[in-house]
Ligand binder design. Structure first.
Ligand code: DX5
Ligand code: ZN
Length: 219
């Protein structure tokens, strides 16, 4: 049974204090930092890019779990690798050739993440599962924090757990979007071992991020 890890999304952090916010998360026991990169094209929102990630990485030894909601994504993989991403997660819909983008991420010795939007089936990535380190199951349509959790995606986590067992694979299953203190237990029970959360971590319990991280981890 994999250890449950928490990857707080800095999309809900104070963008005027990102360096300090990352330090707060580190002190509060976060396992990694979820960095939502949005290009205003793949998703209807625009956030940060390689220069900001590079600056933040200088301030922190945390694992940067970089979620690229950008397309086309292939030609930018090197830039995010150079900026300090440790896990590079891409969307299959954002590349013409998923296999070559997976190999590109491996070329830079980064962990390969592939993200499935709520309506995207597991079948889309089945043939690549032996090359993937992390599958990011979106439980909201990507683009914004603070959206409502979509429980129907849990069936995909159960399907992936089944495949993982039958094929003796070891990928992480990360869930992202609308995670709170109630549905986190369902997500863990379904088989997710990494929980992304922005709103719940930064806004619950008067912003007590240490308490919120601990509550999310508890089964
Ligand atoms: C949405 C992002 C998520 C989001 C999570 O496109 O990928 O990481 O920031 O934020 P909450 O936890 O507020 O749904
Ligand atoms: Zn994300």
């Amino acid at each position: 049974m994999k250890k449950i890890q928490i990857s707080p999304s800095i999309l809900s952090a104070d963008f005027s204090q990102l360096g300090n916010e990352i330090k707060r998360l580190e002190d509060a026991g976060a396992d990694m930092i979820h960095v939502d990169v949005m290009d205003g094209h793949f998703v209807p929102n625009l956030t940060i890019g390689p220069p900001v990630i590079k600056a933040l990485k200088k301030q922190s030894s945390m694992i940067f779990d970089v979620h690229l909601m950008i397309s086309p994504v292939h030609k930018y993989i090197e830039a995010y690798s150079d900026a300090g991403a440790d896990i590079i997660t891409i969307h299959p819909e954002a590349t013409e050739d998923l296999n070559s983008s997976i190999l590109k991420i491996k070329e830079f010795n980064k962990k390969v993440g592939v993200s499935l939007n709520p309506e995207t089936k597991v079948d889309v990535i089945k043939e690549y599962l032996d090359k993937i380190d992390l599958i990011l199951i979106m439980s909201v349509n990507p683009g914004f924090g603070g959206q409502k959790f979509m429980p129907e995606v849990l069936v995909k986590i159960k399907e992936l757990k089944e495949i993982q067992k039958n094929k003796d694979l070891n990928f992480d299953i990360e869930i992202d979007g609308g995670i709170n203190f109630d549905n986190s237990k369902e997500a863990i029970k379904a088989g997710a071992n990494i929980l992304v959360s922005g709103t719940t971590i930064f806004k619950s319990n008067n912003g007590d991020i240490k308490k919120n991280i601990e509550l999310l981890k508890s089964k």
